[in-house]
Design a protein around this ligand. Structure first.
Ligand code: NDP
Length: 332
């Protein structure tokens, strides 16, 4: 068995030396626990926040402790009659090959509904984030313009497609032409802008001739500064993530935009997907129907091998992934 622990708190952009991969004995499940073999594990931008000890909504990881996070596995041993050997489950045991996990913290995954990996993506945390942030706060209406940054990521590509289902015109922002072609040609976004190579202000003005009614913000920083200059009266701005800021060593003070919110009577609101937990079942059901009916598609970027986990995590900050980044640890 192996696991990955936080070796020290990263300063700025993390690197391999902030983590240690260790060999450890196979855990022995205690009362109330199941032994699980990891099949997929998730690497997520929010994990960067938990590596720091700054005050936040989630408890910081402890130095020397395993990196906790979303994972899918197969039950090898269980004394809980509702979980049988061979069942697939999703939980938060994180970066370890085998884990003894409290059965109450596991949700069964139905492999006949969709590929099991979707339980970490479109039918899991990132799909739910897109769903609640967009529908609860963004509330896109038919004919409105929705802009989504981080548009080719796990959350962003689902945001754009749900906005389309609601009849909105969707403009994505992502870091490569290849990603943007995927958004316009495969997913039917009306336009997609490359924030690394395009002149943002003019590309946005061209792509949003009627202004911006909903801005779903995954990245923050200069990309968001440019979009916010185009908001319309009564615009809604769900603040989902600020990945452009996660590795900054000094706080970033951008333009002060409160007057734009005031004059446009706009709403900007942060949200945490976990606060919607009581509504997950209804959302997962609707997402599964959209998926089955071909109204939403998803992409996954899968690297193979537990030893690639750290590299896959670091790749999130250089945009290596189209869609949900996963690590495949063992066969299904
Ligand atoms: P993604 O799949 O979108 O992966 C991260 C992507 O961010 C990269 O592929 C990269 O794409 C882009 N990126 C990286 N660095 C920068 C930068 N400096 N400026 C602009 N873009 C950058 O991750 P997720 O979909 O899982 O998460 C998206 C956002 O949502 C994150 O900010 C995350 O923290 C947040 N989140 C919030 C939740 C909540 O409850 N509020 C829950 C889940 C996620 P590119 O090539 O386009 O640069």
């Amino acid at each position: 068995n192996e696991h990955i622990i936080l070796a020290k708190r990263p300063q700025g952009m993390p690197d391999e030396s902030d983590f240690t991969l260790e060999e450890i004995p196979l855990p022995v499940p205690q009362a109330g626990e199941a032994l699980v073999r990891t099949v997929y594990l998730s690497v997520d931008p929010y994990m960067r926040g938990r590596m720091s000890d700054a005050k936040s909504y989630a408890k910081p990881y402890e130095v020397g402790q395993v990196i906790a996070g979303g994972a899918i596995g197969q039950v090898m041993e269980s004394a809980d009659p509702t979980l049988r050997e061979g069942d697939f489950v999703v939980g938060t045991w994180g970066w370890q090959r085998y884990a003894a996990v409290q059965t109450g913290s596991l949700r069964k995954v139905n492999p006949d509904l969709a590929p099991i990996s979707t339980a970490l993506g479109v039918l899991g945390m990132t799909g739910l984030t897109a769903y609640f942030g967009l529908l609860d706060i963004g509330q896109p209406q038919a004919g409105e313009t929705v802009v989504v940054s981080g548009g080719a990521g796990a959350v962003g590509m689902i945001v754009g497609q749900i906005a389309k289902i609601k009849g909105a015109r969707v403009v994505g922002i992502a870091g490569s032409d290849e990603k943007n072609r995927y958004l316009t040609e495969k997913l039917g976004f009306s336009a997609a802008i490359n924030y690394r190579s395009d002149d943002l202000a003019s590309a946005l003005a061209e792509a949003c001739p009627d202004g911006v009614d909903v801005y779903f913000d995954n990245v923050g920083g200069e990309v968001s500064d440019a979009v916010l200059r185009l908001i319309n009266r009564n615009a809604r701005i769900p603040i989902c993530g600020q990945i452009a800021l996660y590795n900054l060593e000094k706080p970033d003070t951008g333009p002060r935009i409160q007057s734009l919110l005031l004059t446009n009577t706009a709403l900007m609101k942060g949200f945490l997907v976990g606060d919607y937990a009581s509504r997950y079942p209804e959302a997962l059901q609707e997402l599964a129907v959209w998926l089955r009916d071909g109204k939403i598609q998803y992409a996954e970027n899968i690297v193979h091998g537990f030893e690639k986990t750290i590299e896959a995590f670091l790749g999130l900050f250089s945009g290596e992934n189209l869609g949900k980044q996963l690590v495949k640890v063992s066969e299904e």
